[in-house]
Ligand binder design. Structure first.
Ligand code: C2E
Ligand code: CA
Ligand code: CA
Length: 299
């Protein structure tokens, strides 16, 4: 009686408890609480709002350079999603990616991202790649491979200039590995994102078709004089398996110096540049070409 005043609402409350029990791993008892209803309402409105935002193209990509650690040469840019929300302003992905994944909307959203990223990369120099984040849900969705090919065809971008960033959780499934193999055979590069967080194993490094290993920011933050053993060994394992290492979240000259000593080939982070809107990429490229990596000789 405390949970509802009529039969219909009582049944609805019981349903919410049932769903909560199921999603918590089944074979358990679930108890209704008002928080469950609030959460369900939030989901429903997020679903509606996100769907509308995808339709009316409220999303934009920012680009963050990835550069050679030794010369500072810009090799490519990572596409990072922003939602230009009509009321709340520019929203970062941590606010909406989870909901997009839970509701499956990440599939159409990811498609839009691929098309935007390929089209925008077409306006960059030929030797500059674009790397796109792919969520596990997206990777496992049917038709992912042909969606990637469609984006390349529609834009005219060479497959050699596209890279996909996957995570270990997304790639442990055999089906995903087979799809990645096929994509890689067409010339697309594959990077493993956030290496070292959560579930990480050398087993998946061996099993997955990878070109680049992205060492998670948490390792770079901890990097200090006399304590670079972990990063150095990750770089060495990557080399032994034929991959290049990229350090994420490089913020200081000290970190860059230690990474160079560790043999890390590529870096990305605020020390190099913050992510920028597409309209600023051309200017950024010409400015860095003129200074020919002068930035890097200052440490
Ligand atoms: P990520 O792939 O690990 O991306 C790196 C994040 O770290 C970005 O945050 C970037 O702005 C931030 N970052 C870069 N350099 C530094 C640094 O030096 N210091 C610090 N403190 N942070 C730095 P952002 O753009 O908010 O993206 C967050 C996450 O959202 C990404 O993490 C990625 O997992 C996800 N994401 C972004 N765009 C997409 C997308 O198009 N699709 C999917 N599925 N996920 C995306
Ligand atoms: Ca990434
Ligand atoms: Ca990352």
């Amino acid at each position: 009686p405390a949970d509802s005043e009529d039969a219909d609402t009582l049944v609805m409350s019981a349903d919410l408890a049932l769903y909560a029990a199921k999603s918590a791993g089944k074979n358990r008892v679930g108890k209704y609480s008002p928080a469950l209803r609030a959460r369900a309402r939030e989901r429903a409105s997020a679903l509606q709002e996100l769907g509308l935002a995808i339709e009316s193209r409220q999303f934009e990509l920012y680009y963050q350079p990835q550069v050679r650690a030794d010369t500072g040469r810009v090799e490519g840019f990572e596409a990072l999603l922003r939602w230009n929300h009509p009321v709340r302003g520019v929203l970062a992905p941590r606010i909406f990616i989870d909901v997009a994944e839970e509701t499956g909307l990440i599939v159409p959203l990811g498609l839009q991202v691929l098309h935007m990223a390929c089209a925008e990369a077409m306006t960059w120099p030929d030797d500059t790649y674009v790397t796109v984040n792919v969520s596990p849900v997206q990777l496992m969705s049917s038709g992912f491979g042909s969606a990637v090919n469609d984006a390349l065809e529609a834009s005219g971008l060479s497959s050699k200039r596209l890279q996909l960033e996957i995570t270990e959780t997304g790639a442990v499934e055999e089906l995903a590995v087979a799809e990645l193999d096929r994509l890689r055979a067409t010339g697309i590069a594959i990077a493993l994102d956030d290496f070292g967080t959560g579930y990480s194993s050398f087993e998946s490094l061996k099993k997955l078709p990878l070109d680049i290993l992205k060492i998670d920011r948490s390792f770079i933050t901890e990097l200090s004089e006399g304590d670079s053993a972990v990063v150095t060994s990750v770089v060495e394992v990557a080399k032994a398996l034929g991959m290049q290492s990229l350090a994420e979240g490089v913020e200081t000259a000290d970190q860059l110096r230690l990474l160079l000593t560790a043999g890390c080939e590529l870096v990305q982070g605020y020390y190099v540049s913050r992510p920028m809107p597409a309209t600023e990429v051309a200017e950024y490229l010409s400015a860095t070409a003129q200074s020919s990596g002068g930035y890097f000789h200052s440490f």
